[in-house]
Design a protein. Structure first.
Length: 192
């Protein structure tokens, strides 16, 4: 029962965040959205910071789960599917995505546990992408290769969530993103 209440609070906070960013997140508004008292919020979280940390952690755990579920007959197909899962995550969990990848959250800094979870997710993505390469790479080279695909995926997601997206002639941004990701993955394979 306690987990259900906790999730109800996180769902209410996520909906508020999506509508108005961190400014929309007050304990009172979250309590109203979750159908409980503010005391109920404080009994599960230590205020707004605790809720944001929980959403941040949940977001990276969800995205890591998607990367771990990536499949394909070849390493390239598996990496492409992992990127496709990131693209889909951004649509299914828009508020989480915006929280964990936003660069303009003025009043929120992730706690140490949240930062560790984000690093773990990126390490999972690095492990996935390095299956493309047969030769031994340094840690920096592995992370650089992962960052290229991470940035490419997130660049398309950011454009799709930006106001300019309604001006694009072809609204199927995921197909465009996957085309670019495929080209980059096969270029990485060809150059190794």
């Amino acid at each position: 029962m306690k987990k259900d209440t906790r999730q109800k609070i996180l769902d209410a906070a996520s909906a508020l965040f999506l509508k108005g960013g961190t400014n929309a997140l007050s304990v009172r508004a979250i309590a109203k959205g979750a159908g409980m008292s503010t005391i109920g919020i404080y009994s599960h979280f230590k205020g707004k910071q605790g809720i944001l940390d929980a959403l941040y952690i949940e977001g990276f755990e969800l995205i890591e789960r998607e990367m771990l579920a990536a499949d394909g007959n070849t390493s390239a197909e598996k990496v492409i599917n992992g990127c496709e899962r990131i693209l889909s995550f951004s649509e299914a969990y828009t508020a989480h995505y915006q929280l964990i990848f936003s660069s303009n959250l003025k009043d929120y800094t992730p706690c140490d546990d949240a930062t560790e979870v984000s690093e773990k997710a990126f390490n999972t993505f690095t492990t996935l992408t390095t299956t493309l390469i047969k030769k031994d790479l340094s840690t920096d080279d592995k992370q650089s290769m992962a960052m290229q695909l991470w940035a490419l995926s997130h660049g398309y997601i950011t454009l799709s969530q930006h106001n300019i997206s309604n001006r694009l002639a072809d609204s199927n941004w995921k197909d465009r993103a996957l085309q670019a990701i495929r080209l980059h993955v096969y270029a990485l394979v060809a150059t190794q």
